[in-house]
Design a protein. Structure first.
Length: 145
């Protein structure tokens, strides 16, 4: 299942603004996320990034997602989102998007930010709770067409 670029970006931004980047105290969980150091850019501008994640079943209700943002300078492009399966096992994720604003991404160096987060729905308003995050350099390469 694919998550809307706008929704994933809004959730990540809301989490940052609300300071919701904590895991409940006393929770015995295994949560991690990482992005591969390379991604691809197709001729039509579609960016594909991937990596791995792990999470155990959260105690609170709400779906869990892997979101990714590719940055060049101060401009970030949300690159899709993936629904996470939280069963304690390692899983791969692949996010793909054709950014529709700003300058198109082209092959070359960039930064990738990846977040594993849950939408906590207990209050009725879905609030993001960040489980794990990863940020590092990314080499965008031309996609094989």
């Amino acid at each position: 299942m694919r998550v809307s670029l706008i929704a994933a970006g809004a959730v990540a931004a809301a989490g940052a603004l609300l300071g919701a980047a904590t895991v409940p105290a006393g929770a015995a969980v295994s949560r991690s996320v990482s992005a591969n150091p390379t991604g691809t850019v197709a001729k039509d501008g579609t960016v594909t990034v991937s990596g791995t994640y792990r999470c155990s079943k959260p105690s609170d209700p709400g779906p869990v997602f892997v979101s990714s943002t590719v940055r060049r300078g101060s401009v970030g492009h949300g690159i899709g989102g993936t629904v996470a399966i939280c069963d304690g096992a390692d899983h791969t994720w692949v996010n793909q998007e054709n950014p529709s604003f700003g300058d198109p991404l082209t092959p070359g160096p960039a930064q990738i930010e990846t977040t594993l987060f849950q939408l906590d729905t207990r209050s009725g308003l879905p609030l993001p709770v960040v489980f794990a995050a990863d940020r590092h350099g990314l080499d965008l390469r031309p996609a094989a067409n």
